[in-house]
Design a protein around this ligand. Structure first.
Ligand SMILES: Nc1ncnc2c1ncn2[C@@H]1O[C@H](COP(=O)(O)OP(=O)(O)OP(=O)(O)O)[C@@H](O)[C@H]1O
Length: 304
């Protein structure tokens, strides 16, 4: 597992990461979310020992990652900036990684096949598309079959098939008991991929909970009611003390669940054309939670 305690990183007198505590547990996919500049990459770099904490500590499987003799066997990481020599072929890049960590060369063919790059393994990595580069980065992360896998924006540049593949790969790794820590700005993807969320804003933890609990706490829900005699229905629901908002021909009702609303309306001899529970998305919940933590706002408003 990954454990951060009082983890702090200060750049030019400003805390990029501000005394955070969290644990990333094995056997589940943990999503790491936050607006631009929130401190995600800085945290991931400190986990890998690429940056030293100003204060506090972070350990992987109870020791500091930098002190590991074969790091790729402990943590596999895909970071946004790929360190691949552009003139080297995909296969040679992976061979070099394997050799430097005492990993058998046979593993190179296995991971190339796993990520779907076996047919282009002899091509220079510098000529790879964004998506191919991501796949090579994931192959490198998995080459040591590590118990901890950290993926920063793994679906970036991938086509829909690739996005699905990363999702099922993350699930498979978690089901195999590995610790899977994934950052992404794609909320729809995170909603499908993550079991647990850690949300960071301006260097502090805003939420650390199972996805379901996060949605229950931060996502709103209402029941959409469409009825031919909508004025009568509205009066009935308001009369029962429910919170009703009219938007065009629909009524948005809060305060009672859908079956009870249906029975109430039917019990008064009124017809229903639609009765639907509408939940806000993870994106909505995330936007609401992080509204005060967003540092970089676009100046032009775009209609929602
Ligand atoms: N090497 C550095 N020197 C100075 N400041 C830095 C450095 N790296 C990061 N920062 C600052 O630390 C803060 C956190 O940045 P970080 O890259 O960790 O955020 P992030 O959550 O990964 O953002 P994004 O979603 O945009 O990738 C930002 O204010 C950033 O400008």
């Amino acid at each position: 597992m990954i454990r951060a305690q009082g983890l702090t990183k200060t750049y030019d007198g400003k805390n990029a990461v501000n005394g955070i505590d969290f644990t990333v547990e094995p056997g589940r996919v943990t999503g790491f979310l936050g607006p631009n500049g929130a401190g995600k990459s800085t945290t991931m770099r400190m986990i890998l020992g690429l940056d030293a904490p100003t204060k506090g500590s972070v350990t992987v499987n109870d020791h500091r990652y930098v002190s590991s003799p074969a790091p790729l066997r402990e943590v596999g990481a895909l970071l946004e900036a790929h360190a691949v020599h552009p003139g080297r072929s995909a296969r040679n890049h992976l061979r070099w990684l394997a050799a430097s960590n005492g990993i058998p060369t046979t593993r190179v063919g296995e991971v190339l096949e796993l990520v779907g790059l076996d047919s282009v393994a002899a091509q220079r990595a510098g000529r790879f598309s964004l998506g191919m580069g991501q796949r090579l980065g994931i192959a490198a992360a998995l080459i040591g079959d590590p118990p901890v896998v950290m993926l920063d924006e793994p679906v970036n540049g991938l086509d829909p098939e690739g996005v699905r593949w990363v999702r099922s790969l993350a699930r498979q790794l978690a089901d195999d008991g590995k610790t899977v820590f994934v950052s992404s700005h794609l909320m729809s993807e995170m909603a499908l991929m993550a079991d647990h969320l850690i949300v960071i804003g301006r260097g502090t933890i805003l939420a650390d909970s199972p996805l379901q609990d996060f949605m229950a706490e931060h996502a709103s829900a209402y029941v959409r009611v469409k009825a031919p005699q909508s004025t009568d229905v509205e009066a009935l629901l308001v009369g029962r003390g429910l919170d009703v908002t009219r938007v065009d021909d629909e009524l948005r009702v809060q305060g009672l669940d859908a079956p009870a609303i249906g029975e109430l309306i039917g019990g008064h001899g009124l017809f229903l054309h639609e009765l639907t529970l509408v939940r806000s998305s993870l994106e909505d919940a995330f936007m609401e939670l992080t509204a005060d933590s967003v540092e970089y706002h676009a100046r032009t408003e775009v209609a929602a």
